[in-house]
Design a protein around this ligand. Structure first.
Ligand code: NDP
Length: 461
């Protein structure tokens, strides 16, 4: 028996931390986990899960409108923000309970306190001041919204954290940023009836996605009534009687009830005692780790958003499982970051896996691009002017599908399954040999027989 209080101490009760602690404890290790806020972390408490519930809520007005085309007469409808927030909170509390139950069931000790490193094997529990020791420490403290302190008046703005608990639904909102959070919340608030403006510094929203989808989504959002101001930034926010006044660089003055900053997330490393323990961080404050999530201190690992590798829940969970293999199963395992499927829960939705056309053009000498743009069947009777886009990027030499991109209903669901096919190394011929499932939107993925165009040496031919 080691002389430490625990075999493993995990700091942070989010997706990565909870998975680490639960699995290690189930292997018979003596484990403690500390969380200063709520178990479940960003994803469950104020991220992916409540966001998706809000996305569902924001889609109903379109469902009601669409119903008419199918013969329904929908009576007067109204929306109650407080009721949605309360229902969401109840579900999140239930999920938090399940996370704790899983930990307790595996015999991990659950500590509801902030924990800080004192040295490489010692942790101080902030609530009691008590110190405990552990053979191995995993830091999984996640991240927090970038507060953009350089913006005069940033203190009048909210982040996604507060967006989940607004007292009232505002009449108008300005959202700064062009990434996942900005785009998803712009669609949520617009869907709930809020006059919505998105302000983004770049030429087109969602900078890391395929150009076709970015443009397609932009057009669809504008057609719905969301105002999108590209090539612009907020210069100043001030608070007056009637709400907030915003000075922009290129679009003059805007007024808004609420300003939401969605400008990326910073790693949660401040005041963690990293210096005392000798753990190195990069210039953004993210913990530096090797290929196995080990820090420069032999017995301390870090995983999830605090390492700023890929800020996604399933990635943090995967890193946790790799840590378990490496540390407790004598099977050193590197997290695999190739072909991560991802979705933006905008309306229409984006689902994607693999390389965007531009990126693929830089890596492969010749590409075949298969592209379909069509009106989904449901939109025929609903009369909704919407188009789906589906796109496969194929390396002409190996015939491998190296990118798959979808804009439209259930794009995220499709991207999850496409992730399997790309991971398995499927070729375009495998897609061609797959029977279509009719009538679905996804059948387009296996019926695009001729390339729409080719890319040679990065140029469209
Ligand atoms: P993103 O990195 O997606 O986007 C940040 C946005 O802010 C970019 O448009 C960026 O512009 C812009 N930006 C950054 N700094 C500034 C600045 N100083 N002034 C003006 N604009 C700025 O971050 P998010 O905050 O949207 O989300 C954080 C992370 O959370 C994401 O990376 C994602 O991994 C994860 N997430 C995933 C979701 C999902 O899977 N559906 C949903 C929500 C979040 P530019 O593009 O020019 O750099």
């Amino acid at each position: 028996m080691s002389s430490y209080d625990y075999d493993l101490f995990v700091i942070g009760g989010g997706s990565g931390g909870v998975r680490t602690a639960r699995v290690a404890a189930s292997l018979g290790k003596r484990v403690a986990i500390a969380e200063e806020y709520r178990y479940g972390g960003t994803c469950v408490i104020r991220g992916c899960v409540p966001k998706k519930l809000f996305v569902y809520a924001s889609q109903f007005h379109e469902h009601f409108e669409d119903a008419e085309g199918f013969g329904w007469t929908v009576g007067e409808s109204s929306f109650n923000w407080k009721k949605l927030v309360a229902a969401k909170d109840a579900e999140i509390a239930r999920l938090e309970g399940l996370y704790k139950k899983g930990l307790a069931g595996a015999n991990a000790e659950i500590l509801e306190t902030r924990a800080e490193l004192v040295d490489a094997h010692t942790v101080r529990l902030a609530k009691t001041g008590q110190t405990v020791t552990a053979k191995t420490i995993v830091i999984a403290t996640g991240g927090r919204p970038n507060p953009h302190v350089a913006l005069p008046g940033h203190e009048f703005c909210i982040s996604s954290n507060e967006a989940f608990h607004l007292e009232e639904l505002p009449k108008s909102i300005v959202i700064a940023g062009g990434g996942y959070i900005a785009v998803e919340f712009a669609n949520i608030f617009h869907g709930l009836g809020v006059e919505t403006t998105l302000i983004y510094r770049g030429a087109e929203i969602l900078s890391r996605f395929d150009e076709d989808l970015r443009r397609g989504l932009h057009e669809a959002m504008v057609a719905k009534g969301i105002r999108i101001l590209c090539h612009d930034t907020l210069q100043k926010v001030s608070k007056g009687e009637g709400g907030l006044t915003l000075e922009t660089m290129n679009n003059g003055t805007l007024q808004a009830g609420v300003v939401l900053l969605a400008l990326g997330r910073d790693p949660n490393t401040e005041g963690l005692g990293l210096e005392a323990a000798g753990v190195a961080v990069d210039e953004r404050g993210a913990i530096i780790v090797d290929d196995y999530s080990r820090t420069n201190v032999e017995n301390i690992y870090a995983l999830g958003d605090v390492t700023n590798r890929v800020q996604l829940t399933p990635v943090a969970i995967h890193e946790a499982m790799c840590f378990i293999e490496t540390e407790y199963k004598n099977n050193p395992t590197r997290p695999d970051y190739e072909l991560i499927p991802t979705a933006v829960f905008s309306q229409p939705e984006i689902g994607t896996v693999g390389l965007a056309e531009e990126e693929a053009g830089k890596r492969y000498g010749e590409l075949e691009v298969y592209r379909a743009q069509f009106r989904p069947l449901k939109a025929t009777l609903s009369g909704r002017a919407e188009r789906m886009i589906m796109k496969l990027i194929v390396d002409a030499a190996s015939r491998k599908v190296v990118g798959a991109h979808i804009l439209g209903h259930d794009a995220g669901e499709m991207a999850q399954l496409l992730g399997i096919t790309l991971k398995a190394g499927c070729t375009k011929d495998d897609f061609d040999q797959t029977m279509a499932l009719h009538p679905t939107a996804a059948e387009e993925l296996v019926t695009m027989y001729a390339p729409s165009y080719r890319i040679r040496e990065g140029k469209r031919v």
